[in-house]
Design a protein around this ligand. Sequence first.
Ligand code: ATP
Ligand code: MG
Length: 460
Amino acid sequence: MLKKLFQSFRPPVPGQHHVRTTPEVIHKSQHSLPRNQFSRHAVGIVERLQAAGYQAYLVGGCVRDLLLGITPKDFDVATSATPEQVRAEFRNARIIGRRFKLVHIQFGREIIEVATFRAPHTDEDQVDSHRSSHNANGRILRDNVYGTLEEDAQRRDFTINALYYDPVSERILDYANGVPDIRNRLLRLIGDPTHRFQEDPVRMLRAVRFAAKLDFGIEKHTVAPIRELAPLLREIPPARLFEESLKLFLSGQGAMVFEMLVDLELFEPLFPASAQALEDRPSYTHTLISKALINTDLRIAQGKPVTPAFLYAALLWPALPARVLFLQNQGVPPIPAMNGAAHELIVEQCQRIAVPKRFTLPIREIWDMQERLPRRSGKRADLLLDNPRFRAGYDFLLLRESAGEQTDDLGQWWTDYQEAHDGTRREMIRELGSRDEGAAPRKRKRSTSRRKQGDDEAFD
Ligand code: ATP
Ligand code: MG
């Protein structure tokens, strides 16, 4: 499957992919873009801006997706009007962003993003660091240099994202051979790939996301520098990487995204501890993370809710045992070792990807639940069932089992218990007591050490 993604392809115009000064104009009769499938609010904005004397187009993901028959996630507008000029035209508009100033125009729950044409960066721009600046590796730190339509096309990432649609004339303007690339299902960076990835290393993650989501190949010159440049992701602000990680793993193609991230060596800079686990215990780690993502993809396809906490709990879980063991070898008892390891791992991960507190707390709860699910005697099982995290904890237990962890059939026990009537439940608890739990004061200790043993087997 992966082979297809990296197929090579001869570009329709030989040589490097640059933006032309005059676009390929695709007339209404030559394309199948349905005007009525664009958001009427977005079309309204374009019409209004054009009426006010500005250039304005629908651009980016919405044009690309509709050409592919996919329902767009959102609608972006590009215009020659500055953010201030756009705001002056619309009551419901506000300017957002510093690194990249944009206007958001709100219609009820729909937000249309309006961006002013940007120019690619030149060395001269950097004198004025308020408008544009780079760091030593060539990364763009600020990007508010306005430009022409052609320049705007040139600074976009992939050729298929640089298509401009005018809903008034119903023409598509293609400056970068985006339409042939859509036809050939190829992701191709505009310009020199190394340079464009250095400017913004997140484009490497975008390449993976679009390839997985659209089922496109990555053109060979675009894919070539990725492995070498992957470490540049370490410099991206962790908050931006959190947003990007959600787009990657909640794209509906998370399992594919994971394969590609690993293959292109982009996984390590994002999840260093998990990458280490993947090296130490490849089959178990790979299975656990893949299965979590396959479940997530399925839930998304079924329109069910998904929580980033569960996903992160799974992504990091395989990295825990090594840390627990390390602390235990220093004499820390099992439960504090588990807690200490969990805490450290999350703190460390947040240095790469800033997972917000509202997700790190549930991650810990899902993990804690793994310690508690084996302890079922007395009233414990019923108390656990009432715990708001029970479902996530139970699903996580099943996930661990499906990756080969030995839990003494604990998942099946909990499945039966949930389905059983009161009488049967009491019987199940009694059986438990006579089968493997001794006198009351020793219960906790014995069951904990049993579980620990079980885990160690799976983690060996
Ligand atoms: P989707 O919204 O489906 O995720 P999209 O292509 O619309 O895909 P956005 O992040 O909404 O992606 O960005 C809109 C457009 O802005 C893109 O199509 C692309 O032209 C441009 N763009 C976004 N991020 C970058 C970037 N990092 N570098 C260059 N251009 C970018
Ligand atoms: Mg978009």
